[in-house]
Design a protein around this ligand. Sequence first.
Ligand code: UFG
Length: 335
Amino acid sequence: MKILVTGGAGYIGGTVAGLLIEKGHKAVVFDNLGHGRRDLLPAGVEFIEGELADRRALETIFVSARNENQPFDGVLHFAALIEAGESMVRPEVFFRNNTASTLSLLEAMLACGPKQLVFSSTAAVYGEPESIPIQEDARLVPANPYGQSKLLVEQMLAWLNRIHGLRYASLRYFNVAGAPEGPEGVTRGEAHEPETHLIPLVLQVPLGRRDRIMIFGDDYDTPDGTCIRDYIHIKDLAQAHILAMEKKRDTASHYNLGNGAGYSVKEVIEATRRITGHAIPAKVGARRPGDPPALVGSAEKIKRELDWRPQYPDLESIIQSAWEWHQRHPGGYQD
Ligand code: UFG
């Protein structure tokens, strides 16, 4: 397959682009390098710098590929802003970046591109679920603009499928963490600037980059009062994209991508203490606006339909993998 990977210079998109190459496919990364790193692109990946909102640029890419008799088979669409907390402060930026810009991509695909898409959606489309683990047909009421910006794309996709036959799989990620490779040749891990995600932030304490971790609220309606999330290893997540692109070519579908097991913020901190051997002081602070108390997804559908088999289903192996990477890169991508 020949695949266009938007946002392919980032943590998740770059990992999937690498896996495509490993599996013998062609990957062309399209990224504005706003957050991505060109120097970390896996060997064999072609790179084009550009803005997702630039429909003409995308059309040129699709038409040139067709003229060279090497048309694209599909698009893996990762490019997006991802911080749910930030979206509660600047919602318009999320709707512009994640929703409006995606429409440019979809228009370009309909005009002259492939008619097959795998979309990076999010568990944030569910908002505060009525029951757990969440099934794909649960109510969709996002609790923050980030989730809403992705849900709007899912809704556009459903109509484009019905009216134009655009085929897609929407993968609703739960909390992605870990590093893609083992100790040898590790290049890409989870390190954002600024960092907002729990596991890399907790690891900054044993790394000496922060004195303690703040727990955003311990008065939620959960067993220990802190928020519960379902963590998934980046390698397992990446694998699911390949399966969705290879196997699901006929229709419109939505899949949860999690492990079906929830861990509280306190449990993540406790597991990290065991793995790192560091005391990791923690302090309870205020709730972060837009945080649902518990997000745990059932992944039975993707296991059943795409034969997805996670290799790292437990929290400890996910944190262990992140810890190995962060020890090699204690300043994130700065070193
Ligand atoms: N948290 C803390 N302290 C911190 C950072 C986070 O207590 O310093 C808490 C948050 O309040 C939340 C939990 O840890 O309860 C996880 O927070 P993250 O920021 O790591 O992740 P989110 O659950 O907010 O969001 C992530 C992705 C989204 C995705 C979502 C799906 O960023 O893109 O998971 O579950 F939609």
